[in-house]
Design a binder for this molecule. Structure first.
Ligand code: SF4
Length: 331
């Protein structure tokens, strides 16, 4: 279960929450954005996760039903959708005998929706045809959440993730070969039972290699009924906390570095409202899921701008946001 599902930016929490796509609060939908569930359940049985026990096996929604729903949403004025599932990459395996997520992405891309995000992606199920569909469907945004959980092959095996460190890094290379500028985000658990300093350093070095644009980092917490909950771990909490803080520093460095690339470029931001701290400042989202701020341009009220896309000439790039000024007309 990946933290990204609720659409919030809780960059640092110390709880690994098992969220579920089908229990999400759909009322958070707006005029311009919709969450579209495409499948529920999970067949993976990661050893720390309760989802497969409580939500059952993978179950996909019919292909046409999803495409029709998105077509209807577009007619109602929705510009951005997020396709949701515990493991969107295996979408359709139960319906067609093989994953059909690539086909779904292309079909949803043909509905006229302007921005498509999706989550969550299990690395072992991200097929080459899906990478092609992402690269070749203009509405699919250049952003991918790819939960790694650990950089140590030994711990990944204990977690039953069914990929190695090398598999994951190879996948990242393939993705970047097709989409060099893509913003990669991830989930990482620190302190899985039995994780040694050496294992943790593998995670640190993987994060340094991938250079994530964002990451959701968690301190492992036991889920009763899961295999990992049975493993005793003598590692003191202070040691785990110290490792967690080292990881957060690496993520902050790479997130800052990633955002620096946008400096002095024009970024199209879909406006969601105003900044929590200043209601004269717009809050929007870039195609790479970055938070974008800009003063409300003269002659406009916030009500006229929510749901519009504005071009922002970025002159400040911080770790967790970009800011600048609006250029041209909102659309
Ligand atoms: Fe849980 Fe793993 Fe399935 Fe995600 S892929 S829902 S972590 S069992």
């Amino acid at each position: 279960a990946e933290a990204f599902l609720d659409g919030k930016r809780h960059i640092r929490t110390n709880e690994h929450e098992d969220t579920d796509a089908m229990s999400m609060p759909w009322h958070r939908e707006t005029q311009y954005h919709a969450w579209v569930p495409i499948m529920t359940g999970c067949n993976n049985f990661c050893t720390y996760c309760i989802v497969p026990y409580v939500r059952g096996r993978e179950k996909s929604r019919p292909f046409e039903e999803i495409v029709d729903e998105v077509t209807g949403l577009v007619r109602q004025g929705v510009r951005e959708i997020t396709l949701l599932g515990q493991n969107v990459n295996s979408y359709g395996r139960d319906l067609f005998g093989k994953p059909r997520f690539a086909d779904l992405l292309r079909a949803v891309g043909d509905t006229g929706v302007e921005r498509i995000f999706f989550t969550s992606s299990h690395p072992k199920d991200l097929l080459p045809e899906t990478i092609d569909a992402m690269a070749e469907t203009p509405a699919v945004m250049p952003q991918l959440h790819l939960a790694v959980q650990s950089g140590s092959t030994r711990i990944l095996k204990e977690m039953n993730r069914r990929y190695t460190r090398e598999d994951y890094l190879g996948l990242v290379d393939r993705i970047r070969n097709r989409m060099p500028d893509i913003a990669l985000s991830t989930d990482i658990i620190v302190g899985f039972p039995g994780e040694t300093e050496e294992d943790f350093e593998q995670t640190l070095s993987l994060a340094e290699t991938v250079r994530y644009a964002q990451a959701y980092t968690f301190i492992y917490s036991k889920r009763a009924g899961t295999p990992a909950a049975e493993i005793d771990d003598p590692t003191p909490h202070e040691v785990i906390l110290e490792r967690f803080n080292r990881l957060v520093k690496v993520i902050e460095t790479t997130a800052h570095e990633y955002n620096q690339r946008e400096l002095h470029t024009v970024v199209p931001a879909l406006i969601e409202g105003t900044s929590k701290k200043n209601d004269a400042v717009l809050l929007g989202k870039s195609p790479k899921n970055q938070t974008v701020h800009a003063p409300i341009p003269e002659g406009y009220s916030i009500d006229q701008l929510v749901g519009k896309i504005v071009d922002v000439d970025v002159d400040v790039a911080k770790t967790w946001y970009l800011s600048g000024s609006v250029v041209g007309e909102p659309r």
